[in-house]
Design a protein around this ligand. Sequence first.
Ligand SMILES: Cc1cc2nc3c(=O)[nH]c(=O)nc-3n(C[C@H](O)[C@H](O)[C@H](O)COP(=O)(O)OP(=O)(O)OC[C@H]3O[C@@H](n4cnc5c(N)ncnc54)[C@H](O)[C@@H]3O)c2cc1C
Length: 279
Amino acid sequence: MTIQAFDYIAPDSLEGIFENMQGATSQLLVGDQSYVSLLKRGYSVPGGLLISLKNVPELAQIESGGGYVSLGVTTTFADLKKHESLSALTALQGALATIKDPHLLNNSTIGGALYHCQAHHSPIAGALMALKAEINVRGPRTSRTVTIEEFFQNGKASGLLSGEIIRSVRLAVAGIPASSYQDISVHNRVSPLCGLATSITRKGKVIESVRLVLTGCVDVPVRLAKTESQLVERSLDTIQIDYNIIDSEPISLAGDLHTQTSYLNHLINVLLKKTLVPS
Ligand SMILES: Cc1cc2nc3c(=O)[nH]c(=O)nc-3n(C[C@H](O)[C@H](O)[C@H](O)COP(=O)(O)OP(=O)(O)OC[C@H]3O[C@@H](n4cnc5c(N)ncnc54)[C@H](O)[C@@H]3O)c2cc1C
């Protein structure tokens, strides 16, 4: 397949980005890990102009303070792995640990992970949802912050209006709940069958609050809200994990010829047990 011709610019300011964007977020490039493979498959750049965010210093900033870390959207997966204040966010670190390719780790960015989030590649976005991330979105003259659930409303990364970009992601790093990311993979598939990011606060063995975020077998990460509500105020000693996710949650599981949805339902229960039930 021949890549269609396009121009490329890398402005060094947000103004330069907005001046050149023609409303389409799909013109933006960061680490180029996902975008370039789209181009190789014949995708054409809207307006014939590809705009890299890499040279904008504001988008690369990592700022800590008041119990939060704000990560500029060009922060790479490798930066997330080594930043000290993020080491306690075990869901994020667990999701990062699933990415073995050094090239991908060093080049993929948090912005690409949120925007290009797909069924097969969403461990990072799932972990960010379990950790209650907030996303700062910038337009040419606007700045607004949305919860990650709002960002992924209607089952897709639709939280951006025309002409807006993701600027940064804010995470709490003090007083944080216990969290984890686990998935189930099979050797002949590039991506896991399903993954579960969780965060949980407990009083003794009683669950006070829990966030369960399913990834991998859904279009974008999604909270299992009904299952969460059934777990709150229950003791870890007495919970029986055998949920009918397919019927109780308003989600559709992406099964295939080899992985029927009933099997995915079973696997999700396995992940819930591994995460919640003390061994
Ligand atoms: C072979 C391969 C294997 C992969 N394996 C994994 C894996 O194991 N785990 C995993 O999590 N991911 C995986 N991925 C996915 C990839 O790593 C992620 O999608 C990554 O985060 C892309 O980041 P990037 O910076 O390279 O994004 P890019 O490719 O530069 O951009 C991706 C998309 O995001 C949009 N975008 C980027 N930044 C912004 C912004 N600030 N505002 C609005 N839109 C924006 C771009 O317009 C583009 O459409 C894989 C990808 C490939 C090609």
